[in-house]
Design a protein around this ligand. Structure first.
Ligand SMILES: *Cc1c(COP(=O)(O)O)cnc(C)c1O
Length: 379
């Protein structure tokens, strides 16, 4: 089945009791049993909810996965993956990733005895130096947030298979429309569905997709035991979002390309980070593993003072100054003080994330209006 058809029909079956074409919002906490232990497969909504199950079927289909689980947020999905581990286990993560993931690893899980190494994954072979008997998981993000570096998923999968460790890929930035990590050898895909999957900046949610029957059992046990499940209304919103993911992503890609090139040709801009440029360091890998380059772009001004960056950040009108990404409307963000403020400054600078970096989530408005807005703000 082609992507457009799959995204529209994913998880959807008419409601058996009424024929309603859209999955009803089963706003219930419990289910009546006909005798003790005799039920219709639904006992308590932390463990089972039909709206959530419909979404989980959709999640599996859009990532070409056998199984999927929905969580109350992206970080709750990440949290569940790390709970597969034991004290003493080690994780190798990318050194350029979502600040909240870094915060979860360093501030929460380190104190439970899990050790994290942060590697530059632009060359996948770099992770080999950190692999030892305690290594249980590789955690990768591509394109990375906010520097748009590309990590070779196939190469990472080959190394993790050889070492007998799990590979989990945060696929939030690409979305399943542009990239399917399980097809490239990853064991688990994680999404912040808050972003492109929901697509309308009106819901917080996370997802995990996997093929292994054993992994889904373990993760389902964590999901119901720890309880970070999304409510049915939120599941309905993401189900609706997924139906238009392909058309939204096409426009995000078109607008992203126009804006990336416009920025690059602007004399006031020093550097633009976007994997679609043929001279992007890992462009050939992006070309192999992605179907397009998306609407996420970062850039630095020639006047690289924080004051000038802040002036531009406060001067746009169509690009709203806000954290998050992947919605239909365009956003502008200052990673150093916003999305990535939880990463210590020295750590950030060392990894190339300067104080003056500006990140755009290019929406699906008319590209000419967006360029006009940036042009006036940059001045
Ligand atoms: C937003 C985001 C997360 C966290 O997801 P939430 O839904 O905000 O909890 C994780 N990874 C990436 C790449 C993100 O952009």
């Amino acid at each position: 089945m082609k992507i457009a058809t799959k995204f529209i029909h994913a998880g959807a079956e008419p409601d058996p009791s009424t024929g309603a074409i859209m999955t009803p919002i089963f706003q219930t906490s419990t289910y009546v049993q006909s005798a003790p232990g005799v039920n219709k497969g639904f006992e308590y909504a932390r463990s089972q909810n039909p709206t959530r199950f419909a979404l989980e079927r959709a999640y599996a289909q859009i990532e070409n996965a056998k199984h999927a689980l929905a969580f109350s947020s992206g970080v709750a999905a990440t949290d569940a993956v790390i709970k597969l581990l034991q004290p003493g286990d080690e994780v190798i993560a990318g050194n350029d990733m979502y600040g909240g993931t870094y915060r979860l690893f360093t501030k929460i899980f380190e104190k439970f005895g899990i050790k994290f190494h942060y590697a530059n994954m632009q060359d996948a072979a770099n992770i080999k130096t950190y692999i030892n008997k305690q290594t249980k998981l590789i955690w990768a993000e591509t394109p990375t947030n906010p520097l748009m570096n590309i990590v070779d998923i196939k190469a990472l999968a080959a190394i993790s298979k050889e070492a007998g460790v799990l590979l989990c890929v945060d696929n939030t930035f690409a979305s399943p429309y542009l990239q399917n990590p399980l097809d490239l050898g990853a064991d688990i895909v994680m999404h912040s569905a808050t972003k492109y999957l929901g697509g309308h900046s009106d819901v917080i949610q996370g997802a995990l997709m996997m093929n292994s029957d054993e992994l889904v059992q373990q993760l389902y046990f964590i999901q119901k035991s720890c309880g970070a499940v999304p409510g049915p209304q939120d599941c309905f919103l993401v189900l609706r979002g997924i139906k238009t993911l392909h058309v939204r992503m096409q426009r995000h890609c078109e607008n992203g390309e126009k804006i990336a090139h416009w920025l690059r040709n602007n004399p006031k801009i020093a550097k633009v980070y976007w994997p679609g440029f043929t001279d992007h360091p890992n462009h050939n890998i992006a070309q192999q593993q992605m179907r397009g380059y998306g609407g996420m772009i970062s850039f630095e001004l020639k006047d690289n003072s924080v004051e000038e960056a802040k002036r531009v950040l406060s001067s746009t009108h169509l690009f709203s100054l806000a954290e998050s990404l992947g919605g239909v409307e365009s956003l502008i963000n200052h990673p150093a003080s916003m999305t990535h403020a939880s990463i210590p400054r020295e750590e950030r600078i060392k990894n190339g994330l300067s104080d003056s970096l500006i990140r755009l989530s290019v929406g699906i408005e008319d590209a000419d209006d967006l360029i006009d807005d940036l042009n006036k703000a940059i001045g």
